[in-house]
Design a protein around this ligand. Structure first.
Ligand code: PAF
Length: 290
């Protein structure tokens, strides 16, 4: 595994690979890696000839009262995880090179950035879309891998890649969970024992709703109610919403198309998000179309 810190070194390393027709996979991260990132890197390593992982805590996607300054870091552990998961190049850019003095051009996502997290984190997806577009231009990957846990992020990035004709396939990898259901997140490190126990309520509700959906429940309001019940144990719910996976618009009534049930909640001072996908089988879709 090669470690590079500048865009010039990254490009110099990748050019011969690209010229030799090698397929380049990319996993952008903000570090403090866990097995969720491990799964993205492993998938990239399995599908591509070379895998680039970036670690950059992107300031433009944090709000003024968010955890930018205290975002957890452990570069040595990250390097080991990257190496073990099959990374070819670890890219560790400096903020001064990503956002040089005078920087003023951003990628402005549209309506997909407005609901769900967008309502509570103004500017967040603009920051994400901007840095991901820049990283795509630096790495020029064939495939880029993102975790489903950040569901809205995957939808915004897919749309951006399409809208801006970025020649990259965006691959979404299922959420990795602890044995008890908690979705892996770098922010889980903030949870003490009591908060960790209460954080489980998010996945408990979502997974119960998914089980009910798989057993045939199609009433959207009932599915949301199932997911809401255990949430009495968290400190505040920002949103719990059932949305269309394509346009993120709320689904009212029957779930007759691919849907995501998404939650964001505070446990103590830690904000957690999670989601499950509810996809009606093809036979259901055919029946509702006829
Ligand atoms: O998901 C993340 O860790 C970040 O939003 C990303 C995609 C690395 C952009 O900073």
């Amino acid at each position: 595994m090669r470690v590079v810190r500048t865009i010039a070194d990254l490009r110099a390393l990748l050019r011969p690979l690209r010229e030799a027709g090698k397929r380049i996979g990319f996993v952008p991260t903000m570090g403090f890696l866990h097995e969720g990132h491990g799964a993205l890197i492993r998938q990239s390593a399995a599908r591509c000839d070379a895998t680039v992982v970036s670690i950059f805590v992107n300031p433009t996607q944090f709000g003024p009262s968010e955890d930018l300054a205290s975002y957890p870091k452990d570069l040595e552990r990250d390097q080991n995880l990257c190496l073990e998961a099959g990374t070819t190049v670890l890219f560790l850019p400096e903020a001064a090179e990503i956002y040089p003095t005078g920087f003023q051009t951003h990628v402005e996502p549209g309506r997909l950035a407005e609901p769900l997290c967008g309502r509570f984190r103004p500017g967040h997806f603009r920051g994400v879309a901007t840095v991901v577009a820049k990283l795509f231009n630096m790495v020029e990957p064939d495939l880029a891998f993102f975790g489903q846990k950040d569901f809205q992020q995957t939808v915004v990035i897919r749309r951006m890649a399409r809208d801006l004709n970025l020649p990259v396939d965006v691959v979404v990898v299922p959420t990795v969970r602890e044995a008890d259901g908690l979705a892996l997140s770098s922010r889980n490190t903030y949870l003490d024992e009591d908060a960790r126990r209460r954080a489980l309520r998010l996945s408990e509700g979502l997974l119960s709703a998914k089980a009910a959906f798989e057993a045939g429940e199609r009433d959207g309001a009932k599915l949301v109610e199932i997911a809401r019940k255990p949430l009495s144990g968290v400190d505040s719910i920002q949103y719990l919403e059932l949305v269309d996976t394509q346009n993120l618009e709320p689904i009212q009534g029957r779930v007759d198309r691919s849907a995501a049930l998404c939650v964001a909640a505070y446990v103590g001072s830690t904000r957690l998000i999670d989601n499950v996908l509810l996809s009606p089988p093809a036979s259901d879709l055919a029946a509702s179309a006829s």
